[in-house]
Design a protein around this ligand. Sequence first.
Ligand SMILES: [Fe+2]
Ligand SMILES: [Fe+2]
Length: 365
Amino acid sequence: MKPLDPHKSDAPLDRFLPSVGVAPGGALFDGSRAMLTRQWTRRGFLRAVALGGATLVTAPLASPFGVTSAVAATGAQDFTFAVLADSHTMGNRNPVMKLRLEAAIRQINALNPAPDFVMYLGDAIHDGTPEQFKYFAEIIAGLKPPVYFLAGEHDWYLDMGEYYLDRFIRRPAPYYSLDHKGAHIIALHGSNLNDFWTVRRLTPEERMHIAGTVNDIGQGPFLLGKAQLDWIEKDLAKVPKDTPLLVFSHTPLYRYFRPWNLWIEDAEEIQALLKPFKTVQVFHAHVHHLVEHAIGNIRFHGALATSWPHPYPDTYHTLGLQGQMPRSNPANLFDGLGWQRGKVAARGAVTHEDILWTLAPPSIS
Ligand SMILES: [Fe+2]
Ligand SMILES: [Fe+2]
């Protein structure tokens, strides 16, 4: 067959969706060791789901590599969830972002069992405009499971969150909590910034541009801020310490790399609030690559983006961080991207799996 050229406008772009799946050899997060294991054997690839031109190969969540972080005798019931992040949809400015997000949606919709919910970790769109939000809303409406949203900086700094709060988060504040089958879930506003625009008399567009440029020092560091920290403290005060805690934030809740604002200024404060809990899993976005970290009992999992991958910063090795992904091939529309799914077991153990799209189809032999 004559190869299709994705740069020709008459080429149906989704024909370029490759056979996608986990990296050859597998990439499964082991909560007990805070590391990615790459030990899948033939038995690990038991299930292949055909997805309209794409093939998602997953290991069963009850795989021998799953689990076990600090296991608590909780009242938690088994459930699964999915994590989507950083789709940066731009409307016709870059329609490829739509194809990538739709690929993830198709895969999530095909999961069996279906996840109880999807947590969307922010940077849904790129420029904060109502037009881009409407475009994104039409795409994300294709997800079958219920979706919870939290904001990234690209969703927030044009209108200071007005549209996103009203149409997506649908709550009075950008941070909130809920209880689900014995687990406590908190969704945070990790992309909060101190006011850098008023004194400089910046327009909303200028503010959005600076906040959305990771290496623009004019935005200052991300921080949760006192009001949010006070709310977290109050919220967690009523939660038993052996309850599995799932924390979702756009930005990492530790100090990863300041020059690109992969960073939270009040890291010690939030970590101190999470420390008393037996099992704490923090899922964050913003970094656009796989990264795993552990501080005490707190496990941090960086989410894959569906838009584009970012390289690892200089501090990646000096911080002793873990995670692997192949160098993304710019000729492949889906390489180095993906999403996550996670499982909370009745015993309170939490595992997750990174669905990393790669150029090479997964090997089953
Ligand atoms: Fe992003
Ligand atoms: Fe971001």
